[in-house]
Design a protein around this ligand. Structure first.
Ligand SMILES: Cc1cc2nc3c(=O)[nH]c(=O)nc-3n(C[C@H](O)[C@H](O)[C@H](O)COP(=O)(O)OP(=O)(O)OC[C@H]3O[C@@H](n4cnc5c(N)ncnc54)[C@H](O)[C@@H]3O)c2cc1C
Length: 389
């Protein structure tokens, strides 16, 4: 039987970063990932890094490329009533966000782990968790060559995302689930951004988001129906609809380019409580997901493992169980704040599928309030740049 201190299931941002945080504390880990290295490095997802996320990566010496290639942003634009209303994040909070693709962070974390002499078991199958109620749980799996493994450890970190096997291993969890009556059609376009900052646009046809990944690549989203299909959306229709929803009085031209990727993602809020059972600890999307409107998913995964690493270290070194015992409750406080903020941003900006003039007026009133009240704008900005860990 193989042996390690912490078995980490899943090499997304949560699992990879936890590996680095534990290594910095002298804790050995084995990291298992169901997909191939190239698949996880190419998976296009989040792009907004909160201020505390960037600070943590810097502390660990993992932000060299992020600091070179990431795009620091000091504001975002709310576009409605055919006008831009800028929220000056830095003036309101003294902080900024950094636009840097999640897949770039994943590449950096993988490269740093391998350079440090540690490995990642890619393309594992049949992963199963055992003896979670004991001090020596086990993980079994089959590796890419077909060989079976049986690993004994002191704790397991379930960082395997929303569809992983860790959350179902928690007996009798409590689920909170909210689905929204719309989805996001996301595209990656080979064209420079049309505006230097993110634009969150509310239009009578539905929400649109102008974002970016680099000075050459733009990321754009359209609110669509959850049962919509990509086959309904030709490139020309996507550009037409983006131009309509992003239209503004004044100087703005949407730059078009080749579409490199298209996907439709349903919008959902989900929380599973507790985030711990015995020696199994959940982190990131394995325990909770948010609609992407608040740009919180990846950042919550980072916040979880920032708490999990010292908790596991104390537990394994016999320095007390208090941090491990309170891990779930402490994480969930931040999770619920992010759930609320993501819900707030989503409902403020998306059009309900059925015409509801009353809801429309409430939405516009909220947008005008955020755009004109320093108190309301500060609240949005504080949540957007990320509350301190
Ligand atoms: C289209 C889209 C856009 C998004 N935009 C944003 C955004 O703008 N801002 C933001 O902050 N967040 C955004 N998110 C959310 C963000 O991507 C996630 O919250 C983030 O990936 C969570 O990281 P994680 O490590 O917890 O999970 P994941 O990134 O899902 O990683 C889990 C890993 O576990 C692996 N795995 C699964 N099952 C097993 C198994 N049985 N054994 C071993 N490995 C397994 C998976 O292959 C995966 O690599 C977006 C998500 C999507 C889908």
């Amino acid at each position: 039987m193989e042996r390690t201190q912490v078995a980490i299931v899943g090499a997304g941002p949560a699992g990879l970063l936890l590996g680095h945080l534990l290594r910095a504390r002298g804790i050995d880990t084995v990291l298992l990932e169901a997909r191939s290295r190239s698949y996880v490095e190419q998976r296009v997802r989040a792009g907004v890094c909160e201020h505390p996320t960037v600070e943590l990566l810097r502390e660990l010496g993992l932000a060299d490329r992020l600091d070179r290639e990431g795009l620091p942003h000091h504001g975002i634009s709310l576009r409605f009533d055919r006008a831009d209303h800028r929220i000056d994040l830095t003036e309101l909070t003294g902080k900024q966000i950094t636009v840097y693709g999640q897949q770039e962070i994943v590449k950096d974390l993988i490269a740093a782990r391998l350079a440090g002499g540690e490995t990642i078991e890619f393309e594992v199958t049949d992963v199963a968790l055992h003896d979670l109620d004991t001090d020596t749980p086990r993980v079994t799996w089959t590796d890419a060559t077909g060989a079976a493994h049986d690993l004994r450890c002191d704790a397991i970190a379930g960082c395997d995302g929303f569809h992983g096997i860790s959350r179902p291993a928690i007996p009798a969890p409590r689920f909170y689930d909210h689905t929204y009556p719309f989805a996001w059609l996301g595209v990656l376009a080979e064209t420079p951004p049309s505006h230097e900052e993110l634009i969150y646009a509310r239009h009578t046809n539905g929400f649109a988001l102008h974002s970016m990944r680099s000075p050459e690549v733009t990321r754009l989203y359209l609110q669509v129906s959850p049962d919509d299909q990509l086959t309904n959306w030709s490139d020309a229709r996507i550009w037409d609809e983006l131009a309509t929803r992003l239209e503004v009085d004044g100087d703005f031209t949407l730059r078009e380019g080749t579409l490199l990727e298209k996907s439709i993602t349903p919008m959902r809020s989900f929380v599973a409580e507790p985030m711990r059972h015995g020696r199994l600890f959940l982190a990131g999307d394995a325990a909770h997901i948010v609609p992407p409107t608040g740009a919180k998913g990846m950042n919550l995964a980072v916040a979880d493992v920032h708490r999990l690493a010292p908790a596991l270290t104390a537990l394994l070194r016999g320095q007390g169980t208090e941090q491990a015992d309170t891990y779930s409750d402490r994480c969930l406080r931040r999770v619920w704040r992010a759930e609320h903020f993501s819900y707030f941003m989503t409902t403020m900006l998306h059009r309900a599928p059925n015409e509801d003039p009353f809801a429309d007026q409430l939405q516009l009133s909220q947008l005008r309030y955020v755009a004109t009240s320093t108190a309301a704008a500060t609240s949005l900005a504080e949540n957007y740049v990320g509350l301190d860990f």
